[in-house]
Design a binder for this molecule. Structure first.
Ligand SMILES: CC(=O)N[C@@H](CCC[C@H](N)C(=O)O)C(=O)O
Length: 372
């Protein structure tokens, strides 16, 4: 078995949520510390890591970022190396991202190029976001790369393909949390209460009208409520409800507009259901915007290789806090085909592991070309 498949499986066993990636960090560290120390410097940052592979005669630093956190999902793949952590799973491919980064790192420790390469193992991509604080950290300011790359697995594309485009690749995101407080009471006396289950249901429906009636049909936006909590038992009217969701837009202006409409709709709920509502927009991610020139050159390079097929794709409504890094450092992100019938954030996501070697090969070849 390819050693990086074994590493992916080890990491798949121990998914951890954002800023709790202690075992993951320890695993990464123990692997990296076993490599030849001559060329590497390591600095811990919270539950993440910066690893610099020193070049032979560096003129610049190439950055490569891998995210390391898992999701709160009960795994249903039935794999023998399924998650051992209750209600946590690598369901967004970050186990792949890490093992690929370790494969590329190992290659350059053994086969140094002229330039430095900075590997960034970043916590909390799924939330609340590790990229922005990591970017602002003293370590990053000292070791700041001149150009930066990252990939994300793509279940919808076959192994042996990558997909990307110049410019906008992933949407702007904002988390959304709404707490409603009314008046609970006996299930048989609804007229004496303000039922927050009814208010929450009505609110979910009204939020969707923002997408269908306030966003230009030629633009794109998404509001998803992924979680509702309310009530205690079947015969008590709920005093409180909490909605948890996310907003996606293709521009900052649309994000402002959608939030203004959410504020207005929630005010309407307060009036009509005689309740109190508190909105918290949580963490926001900057859109992922691929540098045009670097992307053109990257596509041209990849098309000159016989081992990979390049698909020029459309933008997606996914979010990625790597967008913050691309806002400050020129570079790109691409999708890596991993061919799984179940998509990202699904309990049965099972990416094809052959893609790990494909990714290590194309990245080492491209970075060697860029950094020599
Ligand atoms: C690639 C991917 O799936 N990223 C996540 C990022 C989540 C950001 C934040 N927690 C939010 O939900 O807005 C995604 O859901 O797109």
């Amino acid at each position: 078995m390819n050693p990086f498949i074994k590493i992916r499986r080890d990491l798949h066993l121990i998914p951890e949520l954002g800023f709790q990636e202690y075992k993951t960090q320890a695993y990464l560290l123990s692997y990296i510390e076993n490599l030849s120390k001559e060329r590497i410097s390591i600095k811990k940052w919270k539950t993440g890591l910066f690893v610099k592979v020193h070049g032979l005669h560096p003129r610049k630093t190439i950055g490569y970022r891998a995210d390391i956190d898992g999701l709160p999902i009960v795994e249903e793949t039935g794999l023998e190396f399924s998650s051992t952590h209750e209600e946590q799973m690598h369901a967004c491919g970050h186990d792949f991202h890490m093992s690929i980064a370790l494969g590329v790192l190992t290659h350059f420790v053994e086969n140094p190029i002229e330039d430095n390469i900075l590997f960034i193992f970043q916590p909390a991509e799924e939330g609340p976001g590790g990229a922005e604080p990591m970017l602002k950290s003293e370590i990053m300011q000292e070791w700041k790369p001149d150009i930066i790359f990252a990939l994300h697995i793509a279940p919808e594309y076959p192994v042996g393909t990558i997909a990307l485009k110049e410019g906008l690749l992933f949407a702007n995101t904002s988390e959304l949390f709404i707490d409603l407080k009314g008046k609970g009471g006996h299930a048989a006396y609804p007229h004496l209460t303000n039922d927050m289950v009814i208010a929450a249901c009505s609110l979910v429906g009204q939020l969707q009208t923002i997408i269908s009636r306030n966003v230009n049909p030629l633009d794109s936006a998404v509001i998803t409520i992924g979680k509702i909590t309310s009530g205690t038992v079947q015969n008590i009217i709920a005093e409180k409800a909490r909605l948890e969701g996310t907003i996606r837009t293709l521009s900052d202006q649309s994000m402002d507009r959608v939030k203004k409409r959410i504020d207005a709709v929630v005010k309407g709920i307060e009036t009509s259901f005689e309740c109190e509502a508190v909105i918290d927009y949580g963490a926001m991610y900057h859109q992922v915007y691929n540098n045009e020139e670097i992307t053109r050159e990257f596509i041209q390079y990849m098309r000159s290789q016989t081992t990979i097929e390049v698909i020029e794709c459309q933008e997606a409504m996914t979010g990625e806090d790597f967008g913050y890094m691309l806002k400050e450092i020129p570079g790109l992100m691409f999708w890596l085909g991993v061919d799984s019938p179940y998509g990202l954030h699904h309990a049965k996501l099972n990416p094809k592991e052959d893609a790990i070697e494909v990714a290590i090969n194309i990245l080492t070849s491209y970075m060697t070309y860029k950094g020599n």
